[in-house]
Design a protein around this ligand. Structure first.
Ligand SMILES: Nc1ncnc2c1ncn2[C@@H]1O[C@H](COP(=O)(O)OP(=O)(O)OP(=O)(O)O)[C@@H](O)[C@H]1O
Ligand code: SF4
Ligand SMILES: [Mg+2]
Length: 334
């Protein structure tokens, strides 16, 4: 499988992962094949952050759901510490469910409105038998404090909290089980701009403290720049460029990456701590034309209908992902 050299210990390895859905269009009775994820491969080392970026509908959340085992793949493997998660059972499966956790975009939707914060955060501690009944409250208070929340929130309910506080509760619940890998699916997108930097800083601190690995999904290229070690750029279910973050930002190779980066605002100062705004869908929409439907993927290079650099073979021959100067790119220009 494809991989970038330099990652020593791999926490997660994804190989030839495919997820096809059968779906209906309009009034049609016939089901059509939708290739949401089509042969994706990447790996995430211990204490490393791999970011997936790309426009809406390119398959990022489907990859996230596959990686945590919420859905079964059409084909391919997800290896957690060398074992395929779709063949796991018994203790291996229990360990996987504890070690790999997910944070979603909308913290309100992922919290049970009828459960207090105490109940919400203590639930995983009970399920995974992490502390006894006596120490439960102390442990919940400790976890809340780790995510910057006070014990005054213990008996509050999600609707009484702000968006940022709710995402902090989700993070507390996730770190409660001492995971090794966190899959964060657009964890900032539903939050106010002023809160996004705080949550990002919190994730960064927790990453350092617990030596966590991340699969970090974002539209926001600035966040990805300062938060990730490697990046996979997705287009219509495929990774089209896979590179170390600095290499990708210094010089994007794939024309799609190039357009994504050129539509991102210039970053005035460096460093995660100066992060103040976001790009999200707005910048991505500057790219010429609409993304084609994953039901009707263009022949040849899937990006050729929008590519400013397309040339003769692009609409006929599918480019393969190949290694160029320590990164992977699928484009006939290389
Ligand atoms: N259960 C499903 N049944 C049919 N199609 C699906 C299903 N889940 C996802 N899809 C389709 O798969 C494609 C990829 O969706 P996905 O949610 O993974 O994209 P995404 O990159 O996360 O987009 P966004 O940035 O908007 O969150 C989309 O066309 C979506 O409509
Ligand atoms: S293969 Fe052709 S159309 Fe596709 S990205 Fe490269 S130049 Fe553009
Ligand atoms: Mg998504």
């Amino acid at each position: 499988m494809h991989q970038i050299r330099g990652n020593k210990l791999e926490t997660l390895k994804v190989d030839s992962l495919r997820k096809y859905f059968f779906t209906k269009k309009g009034l049609m009775t016939r089901s059509l094949l939708l290739k949401a994820v089509d042969g994706v491969a990447f790996s995430i080392g211990e204490d490393k952050i791999f970011a997936l970026v790309g426009e809406s509908g390119c398959g990022k959340s489907t990859v996230a759901r596959l990686v945590v085992g919420l859905i079964q793949p059409t084909s391919g493997k997800v290896l957690f510490q060398g074992k395929n998660i779709f063949e796991m059972n018994g203790d291996d499966l229990k360990r996987f469910r504890k070690s790999v956790q997910i944070i979603f975009q909308d913290p309100f939707a992922s919290l049970n409105p009828r459960k207090s914060i105490m109940d919400t955060v203590s639930e995983p501690l009970k399920i995974h038998k992490i502390v006894g009944k006596k120490s439960l409250k102390d442990k919940v208070i400790e976890l809340l404090s780790k995510v910057g929340l006070g014990s005054d929130l213990l008996h509050r309910y999600p609707h009484e909290l702000s968006g940022g506080q709710r995402q902090r509760v989700c993070i507390a619940r996730v770190i409660a089980v001492s995971p090794q890998l966190i899959v964060a699916d657009e964890p900032l997108s539903a939050l106010d701009i002023s809160i996004q930097a705080q949550i990002l800083n919190l994730l960064n601190e927790l990453k350092k403290e617990y030596r966590l690995s991340f699969l970090f999904i974002s539209h926001d290229l600035k966040v990805v720049h300062y938060f990730s070690d490697t990046i996979g750029v997705m287009y219509l279910g495929k990774i089209v460029e896979y590179a170390k973050t600095e290499d990708l930002f210094n010089k994007p190779f794939h024309p799609y990456t190039e357009v994504l980066l050129s539509s991102a605002p210039v970053i005035p100062t460096s460093g995660l701590w100066s992060y103040t705004s976001r790009i999200t869908h707005h910048a991505l929409h500057i790219i010429q034309g609409e993304v084609p439907s994953p039901i009707d993927i263009p022949p040849g290079c899937p990006f050729h209908t929008r590519c400013p650099k397309r040339f003769d073979p692009c609409n006929k021959i599918v480019p393969q992902l190949k290694e160029i100067k320590g990164r992977l790119v699928s484009c006939h220009l290389f």
